[in-house]
Design a binder for this molecule. Structure first.
Ligand SMILES: [Zn+2]
Ligand SMILES: [Zn+2]
Length: 337
């Protein structure tokens, strides 16, 4: 099969011919339909990055497809089932795994593989697709689930005043899930206004630019009150300090930004406000199922995040081009064309 392989940081992915992987016990083989390119794929392949993929691996963790082979003991899926594939797996037996939380397992491993024609996934964690959810929509479930977890950890409710800083797909997913939670005061903020309209489509009630007038605009947006929950998805040095500075007394800052540089903030101001600082990565198996259910119920606004689909051959050059900010939001790779 054809697959895009990571060789070393700073080197473009290489299209190679690889053997089709064999599903182990409890696993399924998925023929990949669509796989999103994630900001973490850029970060984990960047020159000089302190966190990279293992050389030789096939990245791609936001994918959908059809089950084409079953490993030993699989009863939860059948050949031909369409799924949103869960890209990590745990040991399957510990307390976290039994609760559908493989990210909480000490043996949590990244299966990925969505940048190839076929990939392996843990059968019990994949979300089967009902007839009303397309394979293209299902490729958005993974980034949407990241937003679901962030919003769950932020304990957002209908009365929350929410600020989302950084409008990458995770920030946009947090807006969408805050809207699903019934929240009506969702302010989106980013240095550039290029995704302001998209933020509105996802459910934001207002957009403010992160410029010199940011704090005044923020106060105006919430009628003089501070936000209760701030989502930080920018992943840039200084972003957590800004979030801690904006959030109100006893508020919560949820950070999902992948910043691999040293960063600093003054803890005393956060202590005085008794802020809860929560980092978030991943999701529960239930978050995947909730995303699929929301799409099935007709909440298909996330489709607006997809700016184009490309073939696997074009992935290496496209991934390199995405390092520069541009018009793209979510790009989907179609390994089989
Ligand atoms: Zn991702
Ligand atoms: Zn486990």
């Amino acid at each position: 099969m054809k697959a895009a392989v990571f060789r070393s940081a700073g080197e473009a992915l290489a299209i190679e011919d690889r053997p089709v992987p064999e599903p182990g016990p409890g696993q399924v083989l998925v023929a990949v339909h669509s796989c999103g390119i994630c900001g973490s794929d850029l970060a984990m392949t960047a020159s000089g990055s302190p966190a990279t993929f293992a050389p030789g691996c096939v990245p791609g963790h936001e994918y959908s497809g059809k089950v084409v082979a079953l490993g030993q003991g699989v009863t939860s899926l059948r050949i031909g089932d369409a799924v949103s594939a869960f890209p990590v797996a745990g040991c399957g037996t510990c307390e976290a795994c039994r609760a559908g939380d493989p990210y909480g397992c000490s043996a949590c491993a990244y299966l990925m593989g969505g940048f190839g024609e076929f990939a392996i996934a843990a059968a019990d964690l994949c979300a089967p697709l009902p007839a009303g959810v397309s394979l293209d929509d299902a490729a958005l479930v993974e980034p949407l689930a990241c937003g679901a977890q962030a919003v769950r950890l932020g304990a957002v409710g209908p009365a929350s005043r929410v600020l989302v800083m950084g409008l990458g797909p995770i920030g946009l997913a947090a807006i969408w899930w805050a809207a699903r939670a019934g929240c009506r005061q969702i302010v989106a903020a980013a240095p550039s206004p290029r995704r302001s309209e998209l933020a509105g489509t996802m459910g934001a009630s207002a957009f403010i630019p992160m410029d010199d007038a940011f704090l005044q605009a923020l106060a105006d947006a919430f009628g003089g009150q501070a936000p209760d929950v701030v989502f930080e998805g920018a992943g840039k040095p200084g972003a957590i300090a800004t979030a801690l500075g904006c959030v109100g007394n006893r508020g919560t800052v949820v950070s999902s930004g992948m910043c691999f540089e040293h960063d600093s903030f003054v803890p005393g101001f956060a202590v005085m406000k008794q802020v809860r600082l929560q980092f978030s990565m991943g999701y529960l198996a239930q978050d995947f199922r909730d995303c699929v259910a929301a799409l099935e119920a007709g909440h298909v606004e996330p489709r607006a995040m997809v700016t184009r689909s490309i073939s696997l051959d074009r992935l290496p050059q496209t991934l390199e081009a995405l390092r520069e900010p541009g018009a793209d939001c979510k790009v989907l790779v179609r390994p089989v064309g």
